[in-house]
Design a protein around this ligand. Structure first.
Ligand code: UT7
Length: 335
C-alpha cells in the first residue's frame, strides 16, 4: 500500500518521528490587577466578572515589559526545565497578536535576545488559537526532519490594545507568556504530539477584531468584541475539532488525563468539557488567576499544571482554543 492510501491513524503509528515536549516555562508581569482594582476605574463589579467569566485577577505588563521580553523569559525557563541551552534550538515560533512592532516578527527579537544565530524564527497570528496553531506548525517542521528542536511560545500584552473605557472587554484580558520546547525524536515510544486539527472561517471577523492596522488606519487600534456572539460559537467549534482529533488518533475523551483549554471563560470551558464527557477534575483552569491571555493562556496553564505535578510523563493531554478570525483548533499530546 502506498503512504497516500493509508489512513491517518495507521500513518501516525508508522511514522515514528514525533515532536516530544522536553520542558515548559512561563512569565507573568509583576503587576496584578484584581477585579476590585478594575471596579475603581470602570462601572463593573467583582461579582459580575466572577459569575460571568470566573476571572478574579489578571497580570498587566509594566513599563519595560513587552511581548518579546515576556516571551524571552518564558523561553529561558522552558530551556532550563528541558536541561537545554539556546544553542540547541533551530526553530522558534511565537504566537502573538500583540507583537512589539508591526515588523520584524517578535520571534526574531526573542531569537536575538537568546543569542541564537542559526535556524529560523517567525510569528503565527491566530489570536487566541495562536498557541495551538504554533504547536501544529512546529510539529510539522519537526516531523518532516527539517528541524530538530523548537521553542513554541504564546506571548501577549493585550492590555495595550484594550479600550479601558469599554467594560464589556477590558475586564476579560491579561498579559503573559508561556513556552514549550519540542524535540524531534525517532524513539519517543508513544510520547509526542499525536494529532492536531486547525480551522478558520474569516466570515466571523466582525465578532472579534482590532479596529486598526498599518494598511487601514495606520494606527494600532483597539480590541472590539461581541462577547455573546463569540460565546454562541465557541463550544461547538472547539468540541468539533477535539472530536476530529480523537477520531484521527483512535482515542476518546475517556483516555484523557488532562484537558488544558484556552482560558477565556470558565463557562465555555465547563460547557465544552461537559459536551465531551470530560470530568471536572481533569480540567486545568487558570482563568481565575490570569484572565484571558489569548495565545499565552494554554502554555501558561500547562506550566502551572507541570510545576504543581499534575501533568506527568506518559499522560495524555488535550489542548484546544478558539479566537478571532474565527480560528479554532486542538492538539493531542502524549507527555
Ligand atoms: O478568547 C477569545 C474568545 N473570546 C471569548 O471566548 C469571549 C466569549 N464571550 C464571553 O465570555 C461572554 O459573552 C462575556 C463574558 C464577554 C459576557 O458574558 P455574557 O453572559 O454573554 O454577558 P452579556 O454580554 O450578555 O452582558 C450581560 C449584561 C449586559 O447588560 P444588559 O444589556 O443586560 O443590561 C452588559 O452591559 O452585563 C453587562 N456587562 C457588564 N456589567 C458589569 C457587560 N460587561 C460588564 C461588566 N461589568 N464588565
Amino acid at each position: 500500500m502506498t503512504a497516500m492510501g493509508m489512513g491517518t491513524t495507521l500513518r501516525n503509528q508508522l511514522n515514528k518521528r514525533r515532536s516530544v515536549v522536553r520542558g515548559v516555562g512561563a512569565c507573568l508581569p509583576e503587576r496584578v490587577a484584581t477585579n476590585a482594582d478594575l471596579a475603581k476605574i470602570i462601572d463593573t463589579s467583582d461579582d459580575w466578572i466572577v459569575q460571568r467569566t470566573g476571572i478574579r485577577q489578571r497580570h498587566i505588563a509594566g513599563p519595560g515589559e513587552t511581548t518579546s521580553t515576556l516571551a524571552t523569559k518564558a523561553a529561558e525557563r522552558a530551556l532550563a526545565a528541558a536541561g537545554l541551552t539556546a544553542a540547541d534550538i533551530d526553530l522558534i515560533i511565537v504566537a502573538t497578536s500583540t507583537p512589539d512592532y508591526t515588523f520584524p516578527a517578535t520571534a526574531t527579537q526573542v531569537q536575538a535576545a537568546l543569542g541564537i544565530t542559526r535556524g529560523v524564527a517567525f510569528d503565527v497570528q491566530a489570536v487566541c488559537s495562536g498557541f495551538v496553531f504554533a504547536v501544529a506548525t512546529a510539529d510539522k517542521f519537526l516531523a518532516s526532519g527539517s528541524h530538530q528542536r523548537a521553542l513554541v511560545i504564546g506571548a501577549e500584552t493585550f492590555s495595550r490594545i484594550l479600550d479601558w473605557e469599554d467594560r464589556t472587554t477590558c475586564v476579560l484580558f491579561g498579559d503573559g507568556a508561556g513556552a514549550i520546547v519540542l524535540e524531534a525524536r525517532e524513539d519517543s515510544g508513544a510520547a509526542g504530539v499525536i494529532g492536531s486539527r486547525l480551522r478558520s472561517d474569516g466570515r466571523h471577523r466582525a465578532k472579534l477584531y482590532v479596529d486598526g492596522g498599518p494598511s487601514t488606519t495606520q494606527t494600532v487600534g483597539k480590541l472590539r468584541m461581541s462577547g455573546r456572539e463569540v460565546f454562541k460559537h465557541a463550544v461547538g467549534m472547539v468540541t468539533d475539532v477535539m472530536t476530529d482529533v480523537f477520531e484521527d488518533t483512535g482515542t476518546t475523551a475517556a483516555d484523557l488525563d488532562w484537558f488544558v483549554p484556552h482560558q477565556a471563560n470558565e463557562r465555555i470551558i465547563d460547557a465544552s468539557a461537559a459536551k465531551l464527557g470530560i470530568p471536572l477534575n481533569k480540567i486545568v483552569k487558570t482563568v481565575a488567576l490570569h484572565g484571558n491571555t489569548s495565545a499565552a493562556s494554554i502554555p501558561l496553564a500547562l506550566s502551572v499544571a507541570v510545576d504543581d505535578g499534575r501533568i506527568q510523563p506518559g499522560q495524555l493531554v488535550m489542548i484546544e482554543a478558539m479566537g478571532g478570525g474565527f480560528t479554532w483548533g486542538a492538539a493531542l499530546i502524549r507527555w
